[in-house]
Design a protein around this ligand. Structure first.
Ligand code: HSE
Length: 394
């Protein structure tokens, strides 16, 4: 019998408990022996919940129990998750996590600590919730040069943008609705300012490049400035507006950014609505592929953590190599990234070579530029009275 522990009994932690206890038979079959939850770590009490039978408030109890071979870290945040994870790995226990903040910041180091102690650090749930994307990048696509990863990586903002587009609601109203439905946090900055998507594209770019991508180096814009008027123009052009994490190979490195993007109907991400996530991956041999599914929420995320627990349990003592070194990757400057740009401009303007879009909004006009670098756009914008700008991809 293999004993495991779950650290954190919040949304994801209680989900992991539910997945493992509900699917006990299939979990045991796939592990090849019985797998049981020996501890759940949380500071709180849960009167009346069966979890009370295994609840502990003491991390050291888990660390010092030789029977516990695999631990789920679903506490979130950097501290104390980082210290707990490192100490567990040093004790030879495998750790499975959904904690994208920790993976983005210390993933390469924790993978190395795990390897050095004959354990595994697995983080499938850190990007795309229940969608398998980490394992495919780390095992299936290792003979390809990854040319591009573009993704809808945040469920909350995708839900909000879908509502704005389909129901003509403005940003503040959809935020309130998302909060009421429990999709958005009460303090939703991580989602709406793009910070969550930024960490996820940093993790994916690290795996694509095999080096450490610092999320702080990634240019990040959220959805807080997207307006109903932007959707009026987008509809006129047959486009959708999505918050994308984009990473493209440029020479020996990658250029990465998070921002709202207008995409055309032929783009595979166009139809990805509501809380769903999708990750488009282009390999130099593979061509195009897309990973789509439930990108957020209790059970999809818990399903990915539980899948990692099964994997770790059936590979005890065997280290799965992860191609992510601690050597820092210097990203290409965003100023060299090329796109088309959509601008709302005040007054009647005439700019040579630009497509004009009249969406019937008084006192302004929409302009669609040809493909140009971010630096060229900055020059162009100086001569115009720009109300707002959204990048455009086909
Ligand atoms: N807040 C995140 C989202 C949760 O909405 O996608 C999943 O990482």
């Amino acid at each position: 019998m293999i004993k495991i522990a779950i650290m954190g009994y919040g949304t994801v932690g209680s989900g992991v408990y539910e997945v493992i206890t509900t699917n006990q038979a299939v979990v045991d079959k796939n592990v090849g022996e019985e797998l049981r939850i020996k501890y759940v770590l949380d500071l709180r009490e849960f009167p009346g919940d069966p979890v009370m039978d295994v609840l502990t408030h003491d991390f050291e109890e888990i660390l010092n129990d030789d029977e516990v071979k695999v631990v789920a870290e679903v506490m979130g945040g950097l501290r104390p998750a980082y210290d707990f994870t490192k100490r567990l790995l040093m004790a030879g226990k495998s750790v499975c996590t959904s904690n994208k903040e920790l993976v983005a910041e210390h993933g390469a180091e924790l993978i190395e600590v795990a390897r050095a102690h004959g354990a595994n650090y697995l983080f499938e749930a850190s990007v795309g919730g229940g969608i398998p994307i980490i394992r495919p990048l780390n095992t299936s696509l290792t003979a390809d040069v990854i040319l591009e990863i573009s993704g809808i990586l945040n469920g909350t903002t995708n839900y909000m943008l879908t509502k704005m587009s389909q129901e003509g609601l403005d940003y503040d109203d959809v935020l309130k609705e998302a909060q009421a439905k429990g999709y958005a946090e009460l303090h939703p900055e991580a989602d709406v300012e793009g910070f969550d998507a930024c960490r996820k594209i940093a993790i994916l770019t690290s795996l694509a490049s095999g080096q450490q991508v610092d999320y702080k180096d990634i240019y990040t814009e959220g959805i807080t400035k997207v307006t109903v008027e932007d959707f009026t123009y987008a509809k006129k052009m047959g486009r959708a507006i999505k918050l994308l994490g984009v990473s493209k190979k440029v020479g020996d490195t990658y250029c990465a950014m998070v921002s709202p993007v207008m995409i055309g109907s032929s783009n595979p991400l166009y139809m990805v609505n509501d809380v769903f996530n999708a990750i488009f991956v282009k390999g130099n041999m593979l061509g195009d592929s897309m990973f789509y599914g439930s990108g957020a929420g209790k059970l999809p995320t818990a399903s990915a953590v539980a899948g990692d627990i099964v994997d770790a349990a059936r590979n005890l003592g065997a280290v799965t190599p992860v191609f992510w070194s601690q050597e820092k990757l210097a990203l290409a400057p965003v100023s060299e990234m090329k796109h088309r740009f959509f601008l709302r401009v005040k007054g009647a303007v005439s700019v040579l070579g630009m497509e004009k879009i009249d969406a019937g909004i008084e006192g302004e006009v929409g302009i669609l530029t040809p493909s140009m670098t971010e630096a060229e756009y900055q020059e162009l914008a100086k001569g115009l009275n720009v109300i707002s700008m959204i990048r455009v991809e086909e």
